[in-house]
Design a protein around this ligand. Structure first.
Ligand SMILES: Cc1ncc(COP(=O)(O)O)c(C=O)c1O
Length: 398
């Protein structure tokens, strides 16, 4: 008999972390593998941020901090929301956690009960459904078509809302599609949400990596929904600080208080040294970002052109983040050199890994098939090599 709790049987390891982990192990063992599966920038954390961490250690900032974050970091977060988003929050409406992931986990654990439904537009970030299940609620997926740039439409939202709906999760720029909601699109969703008393989670973790149009989130577009929206953000993606584990959330005071209480009984505060570094990150000029964004745009454009030139594949030009969600419907039914037939996007991903050493993540992991996701957060040289390998591998199919 297994001694593991039932809730463990409800979830699986994060597919993106699993694929990246396996591919990294094989690469370390000497296999020639290009990993396009990782969800992090290839840039290093800027030096001025690292220096702030060293200084924090020298100054003895090595002890517990307030559970919900150092006051100076919460003030920096407050200022960020005001300056970038025009959103005003009291410090009691802000929480700092161990990455955006913990903030989301805290929020769902603090609110979800058996029978609650959480609406998740698909394709989605791989962790949302499993966090929802761990918190005892039911994820309800809303398929978002490629013709709508994989974005939720007011009509689809209206159909999915029920009296059991506890949360709607929105993520823009999106992982895995790179799509960005416009103000008008959010206002149209807001019109539907006004008539339904649910919470809204706005996952803005890729905010600064918006290349087309301007970034807008739901409370910016619909101020009347701010009092039931939790905005989640963090330093992981924009500052290349994925390993430092600092995320933050802003929302209704009662929710933030419950999330803080939960955090006080789990991790306590996020790492004090990483918090000090995050203060410097949030309060310094972001000059380096324009260069990074330019580089991401160049890589995106390169991959979009190359991949759209391969028979059987097509992809939209992503508007943000560093992913492309590639349609591989044209490969289904095709026979591989070993005689077996490709029937799913998981087959496509396995074929690419085994035949040409390119690691990608199948669309099944993100809830919408047949697609696969690549991350273009790697050098142009690597991307060129990877695209050429993909092209040759696909040409070898019947
Ligand atoms: C959409 C989305 N939200 C949240 C996160 C979590 O980020 P963090 O590293 O801050 O926990 C990620 C990380 O991949 C993500 O892609």
């Amino acid at each position: 008999m297994s001694y593991l709790a039932h809730r463990i049987s409800l979830i699986k390891p994060s597919p993106t972390l699993a694929i990246t982990g396996n591919a990294s192990k094989r690469k370390a063992a000497g296999e020639d593998i290009i990993i396009l599966a990782a969800g992090e920038p290839d840039f290093d954390t800027p030096d001025f941020i690292k220096k702030a961490a060293t200084m924090a250690m020298d100054q003895g900032l090595t002890k517990y901090t307030a559970v919900d974050g150092m006051p100076a970091l919460k003030k920096a977060v407050q200022q960020k929301f005001l300056e970038d988003n025009g959103l005003s929050y009291d410090l009691s409406e802000i929480l700092v956690g161990v990455g955006g992931k913990q903030v989301i986990f805290n929020a769902l654990l603090a609110t979800c009960e058996e029978g609650d439904e959480v609406l998740i537009p698909a394709p989605y970030w791989v962790s949302y459904p499993d966090i929802v299940k761990l918190c005892g609620a039911t994820p309800v997926f809303i398929d978002c078509a490629e013709k709508d740039r994989f974005k939720l439409t007011p009509d689809a939202l209206q159909k999915a809302l029920t009296p059991k709906t506890k949360w709607l999760i929105l993520n823009s720029p999106s992982n895995p599609t790179g799509s960005v909601y416009t103000r008008e699109e959010l206002q149209a969703l807001g019109e539907v949400l006004k008539n339904h008393d649910c919470l809204i989670l706005s996952d803005d973790i890729y905010e600064y990596l918006t290349y087309e149009g301007t970034f807008t989130n739901l409370p910016m577009a619909c101020p009347e929904l701010k009092n039931r929206t939790l905005v989640v953000n963090g330093v992981s993606k924009a500052y290349a600080m994925t390993g430092w584990r600092i995320g933050y959330g802003a929302g209704p005071k009662e929710l933030i208080a419950a999330m803080t209480m939960l955090q006080s009984q789990s991790t306590s505060n996020a790492c004090s040294i990483a918090q000090a570094a995050a203060i410097t990150a949030l309060t310094s000029p972001r000059d380096f970002l324009s260069e990074w964004c330019q580089s991401f745009i160049e890589r995106r454009d390169f991959c979009v052109e190359k991949l759209n030139g391969i028979k059987g594949l097509s992809c939209l030009k992503a508007e943000g983040a560093f992913y492309l969600y590639i349609n591989c419907a044209g490969l289904l039914g095709v026979t591989m050199p070993n005689g077996s037939v490709i029937t799913t996007d998981t087959d496509v991903a396995s074929y690419l890994l085994e035949s040409c050493g390119v690691a990608v993540v199948p669309g099944s992991a993100f809830g919408l098939s047949p697609y696969f996701r690549i991350s273009y957060a790697t050098s142009l040289e690597e991307l060129d090599k990877a695209c050429t390998r993909i092209q040759k591998a696909i040409e070898a199919l019947n």
